[in-house]
Design a protein around this ligand. Sequence first.
Ligand SMILES: [Zn+2]
Length: 61
Amino acid sequence: MEDHTEHVCIICGHAKEEGITIVSQFICQDCESEMVHTDAEDAKYHYFIHQMRQISMQTHV
Ligand SMILES: [Zn+2]
């Protein structure tokens, strides 16, 4: 079974097999669940937004 493909997470930069793909960018399961639980007041939230903006820019090309 060669079905497991590793993708590089755009948040943590680690290669993971499990995760989600948003606008063709991969986010691993750990970061995805962390995003869901991240408080809007938390500094990490802004980091995620920053990463998302970069994705949008890349997609725009
Ligand atoms: Zn990750």
